[in-house]
Design a protein around this ligand. Structure first.
Ligand code: HPA
Length: 233
């Protein structure tokens, strides 16, 4: 047991999918995994283990934002020996050609979070995807004709910023979309020498101000989970 996860040793698999929303963790376990069981209900942050293609896989909700996600990632890695972590979540598009329902794989994650400013004072650390997981995800998507985009994303600390135009600076420098956890995940994975990847689906656009319906979100979520689970083998 750790402070925020009540699983017994051995109940969490070496590979874990990480949705922000704990109800998504339940849905992923029920929809994609065989023989799944719930190992965590502390703070309602549901976690499940089951099998996919005969291999054990877990799904753990992380909550929203880097501070919350880092608590779960730290305990999964440090207390439960997790080696492969794949975030599966939503993001807001920063680019006209990154459309609603597109799947974006984060090669790197820029951030407005302070976690690396206090570590690497007066210097910038570049939180980066694990190359092997990235290649597997990209190759699986290509083989199955699932279109993806890949590049730099922004992990923001605030969902509700002050200036609706401030995204344009990031957009100008090629950042594809905004979410709230990838930079933290990539940093902690590097710290513990484990593998991490963030796969995102575009749920809304800061460019067009449009957003997806719940039904649309579910169907793209399925394609993203399909890529994530098949990147683990
Ligand atoms: N901002 C931050 N995170 C998000 C967004 C957004 O607009 N959309 C989905 N996740």
């Amino acid at each position: 047991m750790s402070i925020h996860i009540e699983a017994k040793k051995g109940e969490i698999a070496e590979s874990v999918l990480l949705p922000g929303d704990p109800m998504r963790a339940k849905w992923i376990a029920e929809t994609f995994l065989k023989d799944s069981f719930c190992y965590n209900d502390v703070r309602g942050m549901l976690g499940y283990t089951g099998t996919f293609n005969g291999k054990p896989v877990s799904v753990q909700g992380t909550g929203m934002g880097i501070p919350s996600a880092l608590i779960y990632c730290h305990e999964l890695i440090n207390n439960y020996g997790v080696k492969n972590l794949i975030r599966v979540g939503t993001a807001g598009s920063y680019q006209p050609d990154v459309k609603l329902r597109d799947i974006v794989i984060a090669m790197a994650a820029s951030s407005t979070s302070g976690i690396n400013n206090t570590r690497f004072i007066n210097a910038d650390y570049s939180p980066t995807a694990d190359f092997e997981l990235f290649m597997k995800a990209a190759q699986y998507a290509q083989k199955h004709n699932i279109p993806i985009k890949a590049g730099n994303v922004l992990s923001a600390d605030e969902f509700y910023g002050d200036d609706p135009e401030s995204y344009k600076k990031w957009a100008k420098f090629g950042v594809l979309c905004v979410e709230m956890e990838a930079a933290g995940l990539y940093t902690i994975a590097a710290k513990f020498n484990v593998k991490a990847l963030a796969i995102l689906t575009i749920s809304d656009s800061l460019v067009t101000k449009k957003e997806t319906s719940a039904d649309e979100r579910e169907s793209t979520f399925k394609a993203m989970i399909d890529i994530a689970l098949n990147s683990l083998s």
